[in-house]
Design a protein around this ligand. Structure first.
Ligand code: NAD
Length: 309
């Protein structure tokens, strides 16, 4: 038996988590939006006499994500009614809330170790029947729960939203080997009828369906740019409207996704392909790694291939 979804907790309030919470609120689902507690104070927080114990500091990642949502989605898209349905906080102080909600969605960084450790924490407070899903772009659903109990595995699956989740119709559902068939059926119907998505059931293969193809296209485009000397503008023009796609299909997309996240996603395919030819395609260009090392991760912090002015 599984719960019917009326409430949720979204863990990870970054690019995707905050927007997924907003989409849920938009269809009437109350949810928690939880993130980590920062491990150091900023200079301004120190000067203001705040400590790491202060709720303002402890909850600031998710609270900041809500403020950003309000700014980028002015009313009526982001109304007060809608705002009341999302409660921001930190996971450490609100773990108990996970036991009460109907659906827990993991939307943290694209790293297997971080996701596995979070799922262990979730199981420590898990109430049988609660559906738990991951928004991973392509990490194995089965590997993520390899250390969890059979009961937990029966309620766990991938629910992969696309960016931006309010507007992108596609949602991949990725059942694990032990996911209960009823949970898969219920989530497919819920995501179609309540969340308004077009659901595709994907197999638990590296990067599932859309990101396997999408990563291939982006990597091929990047090597075109780097090896054949095209400019960013030329590539944008050719891969965007000229091909019947939105105004930019390459670099603005990478900035929107987050270059750090894209590197993890591409690395996941690289690690799982075997031939020299495939390794060449999915090899991550140094320029991407250098940009991430400089903190140029894209729209989320104002500088990627484009700079926010
Ligand atoms: P992000 O870097 O913008 O945000 C990740 C958030 O998770 C951060 O706020 C971070 O503080 C938080 N976090 C990290 N560890 C945590 C923990 N243990 N507990 C609670 N919070 C934690 O990343 P994102 O782009 O939102 O991606 C999140 C997930 O969604 C990844 O698995 C990614 O592959 C997937 N995804 C991303 C996109 C995209 O376009 N960015 C699209 C589809 C799926």
């Amino acid at each position: 038996m599984h719960k019917k979804i009326r409430t949720a907790a979204v863990i990870g309030s970054g690019v995707m988590g905050s927007a997924i919470a907003a989409h849920l609120a938009g269809v009437g689902i109350s949810c928690w939006l939880l993130d980590i507690v920062p491990n150091s104070l900023t200079a301004e927080e120190g000067a203001a006499g705040l400590s790491l114990q202060h709720p303002k500091v402890r909850n600031k990642l998710a609270t900041g994500a809500i403020a950003k949502l309000k700014k980028t989605n002015p009313a009526p898209l982001y109304s007060e009614v809608f705002a009341d349905r999302i409660t921001p906080g930190n996971l450490e102080d609100h773990l108990g809330e996970l036991a009460k909600v109907d659906w827990i969605i993991e939307v943290v960084v694209e790293r297997l170790d971080v996701k596995k450790s979070l799922l262990a924490t979730i199981e420590s407070v898990w109430t049988p029947g609660t559906i738990v899903s991951s928004n991973t772009s392509g990490i194995s659903i089965n590997e993520m729960v390899s250390d969890r109990s059979d009961a937990f595995k029966a309620h766990f699956l991938g629910t992969h939203f696309f960016n931006p989740p309010r507007y992108m119709k596609l949602l991949e559902i990725i059942p694990g080997e032990q996911t209960n068939a009823e949970v898969v059926q219920y989530m497919s119907e819920f995501c179609e009828k309540i969340l308004g998505k077009g659901v595709v059931i994907a197999k638990d293969t590296p990067n599932f369906i859309a990101n396997r193809i999408g990563t291939y296209g982006l990597m091929a485009t990047l090597s075109e740019m780097l090896e054949k000397g095209y400019t960013v503008e030329e590539i944008e023009a050719v891969t965007g409207p000229a091909m019947g796609r939105p105004k930019s299909a390459t670099f603005r997309t990478l900035d929107l996704v987050g270059l750090d996240t894209f590197v993890h996603v591409a690395q996941n395919v690289y690690d799982h392909v075997n031939t020299e030819e495939e390794k060449k395609i999915f090899h991550i260009p140094d320029v991407l790694r250098e940009m991430v090392a400089r903190g140029w991760t894209g729209e989320k912090n104002g500088q990627g291939f484009y700079k926010k002015v």
